[in-house]
Design a protein around this ligand. Structure first.
Ligand code: AHM
Ligand code: MG
Length: 335
């Protein structure tokens, strides 16, 4: 049995010049995952953590929404170790520069969606934490700038997610394949359980919020109908599975083969998901596992971000299925 800690140290040995900064960041993320795992598992019992931020519980204590709690946990863990130069989160409008001597001298910035799918918490459905790491472009020794965060996804150094499901798993890549670690709460360690994950080239599952069907672009509507048509040669009709928690939907599709789509819609002209906190890290993982990620027309990892909380349509998963959606989007782009 190999633990995540052992695995990270072993990988660092492949890079003789590495100073251990990335190793330190991954260790912080591992700790964050354990803390969030613990708190999610008692969310139903702890009445100062569930519910709306800003409201008060019966004891008059301020309630903290779990996604804000996860954000604070992440920020504190990174600040404590000072392994990163800056931090940006879906839960905070501006990025944070860790403006200490160690912070200014650090090489990396980290971006996160600390608790994705958080509306699922109150009903005991799996949620996740997503993270993305870049090498800064501003000079070492200065505080980080916005440009450090607005880099195209193909420049990511590492990315991953934690899924808090029937078991908690941490899945990540440093650009050398994708590996998954399952948490053993009794030992407090993540153990390598899914080595070198490969997304099947095609699959039977499509995941999309079909309630929004009428608002979707014609290419997406036609693709949904394609998924539902009978065709033995291509294993159709496909199966529809939508949890409404990107990490969980992606994780299942990655292991079984499938596609997740959050397209643009008349009420969401650029989709709902965020390029920096959701699109890019999941796209990096998808490609590293042999899959694809697109906005319907372009490779997600090639998009030059223009703002921190930018949204993008997302088509992600098995290669052949994503390619098929691109054909449909292209063919019906005028309608
Ligand atoms: P969040 O980051 O605010 O939790 O929103 C992202 C989530 C995804 O996890 C999920 O796939 C999607 O929103 C569901 O949205 P919808 O309810 O519109 O289908
Ligand atoms: Mg999210």
């Amino acid at each position: 049995m190999k633990t995540l800690g052992e695995f990270i140290v072993e990988k660092q040995a492949d890079y003789p010049n590495a100073k251990g900064e990335l190793t330190g960041i991954l260790s912080s993320i591992r700790l964050v995952a354990k803390v969030i795992h613990r708190d999610i598992n008692k969310a139903g019992l702890t009445n100062n953590i569930i519910g709306n931020a800003g409201s008060e519980n019966v004891q008059g204590e301020t309630q903290m929404k779990l996604d804000i709690f996860a954000h604070e946990t992440f920020k504190k863990a990174l600040m404590a170790r000072e392994d990163v130069a800056g931090f940006a989160s879906e839960e905070e409008e501006n990025f944070i520069a860790f403006d200490t001597q160690r912070g200014r001298n650090a090489k990396y910035v980290i971006l996160t969606d600390p608790l994705d799918g958080s509306s699922n918490i109150d009903v005991n459905v799996a949620v996740g934490t997503i993270f993305s790491i870049y090498r800064r472009v501003s000079p070492i020794g200065t505080p980080v700038t916005l440009e450090d965060f607005l880099q195209p996804g193909h420049r990511q150094v590492a990315a991953g997610y934690v899924v808090y499901g029937s078991s908690t798993m941490l899945v990540y890549t440093t650009g050398n394949g994708v590996n998954g670690f399952t948490y053993d709460p009794s030992l407090g360690v993540f153990c390598l359980s899914h080595e070198n994950i490969q997304i099947p080239q095609t699959g039977k599952i499509y995941s999309i919020n079909e309630g929004q069907y009428l608002k979707f672009p014609m290419g997406v509507k036609k693709y949904i109908k394609y998924c539902q048509e009978e065709d033995k040669a291509t294993n159709r009709p496909y199966t529809s599975r939508y949890i409404g928690s990107l990490v969980s939907d992606f994780h299942r599709n990655m292991l079984k083969g499938g596609i997740y789509i959050y397209p643009s819609a008349t009420n969401y002209p650029n989709g709902k998901l965020r390029l920096l906190y959701e699109g890019n890290p999941m796209a990096f993982l998808a490609e590293q596992a042999g899959g694809l990620a697109s906005d319907g027309f372009r490779r997600i990892l090639d998009i030059q971000p223009t703002e921190l909380h930018q949204r993008i349509p997302l088509f992600i998963g098995s290669k052949q299925m994503v390619e098929k959606t691109q054909d449909f989007m292209q063919q019906f782009s005028g309608e």
